[in-house]
Design a protein around this ligand. Structure first.
Ligand code: MN
Length: 403
């Protein structure tokens, strides 16, 4: 073992492939409330490992987005309550002095069972018996698209012992990844976990010089879903030549691009449309100070029969398209307070600084904050006044435009 280690220094990718090839009972975990990349990656890998004759289970906590139900095996994804994480319990008998025969499990009464055996010679004594934890149901855990173990949510909390005892490998692309497996394959430049998986799946198809293409239509659709969702349909700045090349490869393998676009981008529940409609109808602007904002109260959510999650996409898909504005703001009344989302439109306008004024954070282009224990009615004016103050200072400090 030691000698082998000295000669061979595998990369994380090689280590990961070896672990996948060597495992038989595999648990694939995606992050809480899995998105297109998390589910697409998990289900693609499941399909491939299945074809390699392994027993594979996919699990994720929280809400599974029903718009992704076109993914192969979507309905087989389990939640943290469905999986067994207790190890076997072993009753171990020392046979040094005498062999056991006629081993049998016998029910004593409604509350007791007995393991019954006879000594071939001599007699067994209590000191010969030991109790030990046995095997787990899984010999490998694969975590996809998670920056840290906390992102697994209730799945991790509920099965902490399982994660501590079964080797875990991680495939991820987040910038702030905190390693938590025996192998963490992290490619920060990858637009999606699905993009990293393509090379892994290709390697899994190589066996002793023979090569099998494991990327069939199901796998290609799953992986393209991950790429399309994480790049906002190749509109976001994380789109690279590699992601487009991989997307082209998936299309060549007959990925169902039309279904992905139709389901992920062109289909919205009516409750969501009603909610967005309310926000857009009440859009406000400060024309001289060049910013635009929308608000949604608790009453709006009730009237639209929409949930808090249905706000997702509103600011990026619609409010952000507002013309002649430096930045946009969306204030929503949520459980326990008011949430603010900010997006920078004009180059150089840093909305992270604005979010920080309200205890929030994020990036220059996209930031958010949450203020507990306030209502929108009392908070909106305060936020807007603060934005006015900052914008006024910013615009006044700028050199006058020429021409
Ligand atoms: Mn991702």
């Amino acid at each position: 073992m030691e000698a082998e280690k000295q000669q061979y220094n595998p990369t994380p990718k090689q280590q990961l492939i070896e672990k996948l090839k060597g495992a038989n009972q595999i648990l694939i975990c995606a992050h809480e409330n899995p998105d297109g990349d998390a589910l697409g990656s998990a289900l693609a890998l499941q399909h491939v490992l299945d074809r390699l004759g392994k027993h594979v289970t996919v699990v994720a906590s929280g809400k599974k987005d029903a718009t992704l139900d076109f993914l192969n095996n979507f309905t087989s994804v389990l939640t943290e309550n469905d999986i067994q994480s207790q190890p076997e319990f072993l009753i171990v008998l020392d046979e040094t002095d005498s062999k056991a025969k006629n081993v049998e499990v016998r029910r004593v009464d409604d509350h007791h069972i007995a393991l019954v055996l006879t000594a071939e010679s001599g007699q067994f004594t209590p000191e010969k018996v030991q109790f030990r934890p046995g095997k787990y149901n899984y010999d490998l855990i694969v975590v996809v698209d998670c920056a840290n173990k906390e992102q697994l949510g209730a799945l991790y909390k509920m099965h902490e012992r399982l994660f501590q005892n079964v080797p875990t490998v991680v495939i991820d692309h987040h910038l702030n990844h905190q390693p938590f497996g025996i192998v963490d394959l992290v490619e920060e430049k990858a637009a999606a976990t699905a993009e990293i998986l393509v090379a892994i799946i290709e390697a899994l198809g190589q066996n002793n010089g023979r090569s099998v293409n494991l990327i069939d239509q199901h796998v290609a659709t799953c992986l393209l879903t991950g790429l399309v969702t994480d790049t906002g349909s190749f509109q976001n700045s994380n789109t690279t030549p590699k992601s487009l090349t991989v997307a082209a490869q998936m299309l060549a393998e007959a990925a169902d691009h039309r279904t992905i676009i139709n389901r992920v981008f062109l289909t919205r529940p009516l409750s969501q449309l009603r909610l967005w409609g309310r926000a857009l109808t009440a859009l406000k602007e400060d024309k001289p100070l060049r910013f635009t904002w929308a608000t949604l109260t608790k009453a709006d959510f009730v009237a639209a029969q929409a949930s808090e999650e249905e706000i997702t996409g509103l600011i990026d898909n619609l409010i952000k398209t507002a013309a002649e504005t430096d930045f946009v703001l969306l204030l929503t009344e949520r459980k326990g307070g008011v949430h603010g989302s900010l997006r920078s439109i004009k180059e150089g306008v840093d909305v992270e600084q604005l979010a920080k004024l309200f205890g929030g954070g994020g990036h220059k282009q996209a930031a958010a904050f949450f203020t507990p224990a306030v209502t929108l009615a009392e908070y909106e004016q305060r936020v807007v006044n603060m934005m006015r103050k900052v914008q006024r200072e910013r615009l006044n400090s700028q050199p006058l435009a020429t021409g």
